[in-house]
Design a protein around this ligand. Structure first.
Ligand code: ZN
Length: 581
């Protein structure tokens, strides 16, 4: 069953988002927004913004965002249809039900989740009661993972058999195949995907079972220690974090999440009283994971050897820090033990490691300094160079400066000299032309323009073009918004996840600037940027065109000419941006 689209639109139009939100929490007016304490995370100052004009809300603390239906879904714990029925009921609107379309997918998903749920219970019962699971129970007991722990985490046992589950569970092979629990073998028979493994069911943050991770017992001839469900329509590894369903509350309360690499690490943390741990499921931490976590906390503590992933990983972490306004920390565990082991032998050390976690760069630097010698002048110089190479990966100059100070006192070379050495060294000026402060200001101007586009399309649309956006995410957000002429719902649908996040923010951003001024600034910035990378032009026509552009730039603030100048510069830009890409 689905609800007619007209009814949904009618509801969206008639219901006041501010009124609906205010029936749950007090809001006060701030500029064009209504602001209150976010109902989705614990906070003392209001970061929950509601805007009636765009009919959208956003929390700048936890990232919760959406329209009136999303709000009702989240606050009343309803699904989409449920939220519509709830609102219609209050507004006295009678709904027309239809069949088909979108609700079919939802129905199907529900069906798959039910299959998974059945499987979780089947395997769990097997572990707790079946005689053939004794070996598994013994193994888990030795590791402190039996009884209450096994029950809390719904652990299971896949018997050492070809098709025990497929045969007994009472679900069609087609459905079992679709959730990755069984397959048809060469002889044409149904066969279970997991065999002779302890199973850790993996849930979404909302608590729906979507996959399993399976571990062999010691002595098994199976070469794969861990085996995970393959990806299915309900399970994407890059978006799923083991344990988030249990950890969510504590993550929000502490504004901090511990990320590990193994299921038993997560369980170890929980047993040691640190109930805000999650794990990736057989993949590295992805941007999707980070975006998911950002909904719950601002601080991420890596409880694995993140440094081992190398320089590429480091750059990714710094990028996420700045893009998602996150802080990435690293916990160091004594004697190279993993958290699962430590939970058994020394739970206090586990808690201490989390408490003493260091910022990612600080952690990497400490490691480099510890490994480097300062026994001779030559050794000092070498250690300084290695340390500065690590520092240099960080995009923020001020951060680099502060850490350079630490290196200076360690090796006895003045910080200013170290900075100079570093700038000349691995940091390539061609790659990172402008210092961070400049680029973030430019991003802000781009963001402001996007916000105006979303909130007041006609005021700025004439002046906008793709080439004005140097930040790739903002550029994609621009394309999404432009593709539907400023219609927010359409833009959100058209946008990729990163761009969508920007549009969400743009929809509720408080913008008081004059649209044309913003457009002019953006155009000037884009033209200057373009000119700066066109310094090796030899064609005389192009040289003349560039000179004209420079002259036009001088005139853009002249009120009588601004319109015409801006148009001409846009035209100049349109002909050139992209040529060198
Ligand atoms: Zn919030």
């Amino acid at each position: 069953m689905a609800i007619a689209d007209e009814d949904i639109e009618r509801l969206r139009d008639t219901v006041s988002l501010v009124d609906v939100v205010q029936s749950y929490l007090p809001l006060r007016r701030v500029g064009r927004n209504w602001v209150g304490l976010c109902p989705f995370h614990a906070e003392k100052s209001g970061s929950f913004n509601v805007r009636e004009e765009t009919k959208r809300y956003r929390c700048f603390g936890c990232g919760a965002a959406g329209d009136v239906f999303k709000f009702v879904q989240d606050i009343e714990h309803l699904d989409f249809v449920g939220s519509i029925e709830h609102l219609a009921n209050k507004a006295g609107i009678t709904l027309t039900y239809t069949t088909g379309g979108q609700s079919k997918d939802r129905q199907h998903r529900k069906q798959l989740i039910e299959v998974m749920d059945k499987a979780v219970n089947w395997y769990h019962d097997r572990l707790l009661t079946s005689p053939d699971a004794r070996v598994a129970r013994d193994y888990l007991r030795d590791r402190g993972l039996s009884g209450e722990v096994a029950r809390q985490f719904k652990m299971g046992w896949a018997p050492d058999d070809w098709d025990a589950m497929s045969k007994e569970i009472g679900v069609s092979i087609d459905l079992l195949k679709e959730v990755g629990l069984a397959f048809i073998n060469k002889r044409g028979n149904a066969q279970d995907s997991f065999r002779a493994r302890v199973l850790f069911p993996i849930f979404t943050d909302a608590g729906d079972a979507v996959a399993f991770g399976g571990r062999i017992l010691p002595g098994s001839t199976d070469p794969a220690k861990y085996k995970n469900s393959s990806e299915t329509t309900i399970y994407a590894k890059s978006k799923t974090l083991y344990g988030l369903n249990w950890a969510k509350q504590d993550i929000v309360a502490a504004d901090e999440v511990v990320v590990c690499e193994g299921y038993t690490d997560v369980i170890g943390f929980h047993r040691s009283g640190i109930t805000r741990a999650v794990a990736t499921c057989g993949t590295a931490l992805t941007e999707e994971h980070v975006r998911l976590l950002k909904r719950f906390a601002n601080k991420v503590i890596l409880a694995f050897d993140a440094d081992a992933a190398g320089q590429g990983a480091a750059e990714r972490f710094y990028e996420w820090e700045s893009r998602y306004k996150l802080q990435v920390f690293v916990a160091k565990f004594p004697d190279g033990k993993d958290p699962g082991e430590l939970a058994m032998t020394n739970p206090e050390a586990l808690a201490a490691a989390i408490k003493d976690a260091k910022p990612f760069l600080g952690f990497r630097l400490q490691r480099t300094l510890d490994a480097g010698s300062i026994a001779s002048p030559e050794a000092r110089s070498r250690t300084a160079q290695q340390a500065m190479a690590v520092i240099n990966e960080h995009p923020d100059k001020n951060v680099r400066k502060i850490y350079a100070g630490e290196v200076a006192s360690h090796v006895g070379i003045p910080a200013a000299d170290l900075m100079q050495l570093a700038e000349r060294g691995s940091r390539k000026p061609e790659v990172r032309t402008s210092p961070t402060i400049d680029s973030s200001r430019r991003e802000n101007a781009e963001f402001v323009a996007l916000a105006i586009m979303v909130q007041d399309w006609n005021a700025i649309a004439t002046w906008m073009s793709e080439g004005l956006f140097s930040d790739d995410v903002y550029r994609r957000a621009y394309l999404a918004v432009a593709s539907v002429i400023g219609n927010i719902a359409g833009a959100l649908e058209a946008a990729d996840p990163d761009a969508r996040e920007v549009i969400e923010r743009a929809a509720v951003a408080d913008i008081d600037s004059d649209p044309f001024t913003e457009a002019k600034n953006l155009i000037s910035a884009a033209v200057r940027r373009e000119l700066s990378i066109r310094n090796r032009i030899t064609d005389p026509d192009e040289i003349r065109a560039d000179r004209d552009a420079r002259i036009l730039l001088e005139e853009i603030d002249n009120p009588t000419m601004a319109d015409a100048v801006a148009m001409e510069l846009l035209d100049w830009l349109g002909k050139r941006v992209g040529e060198h890409a």
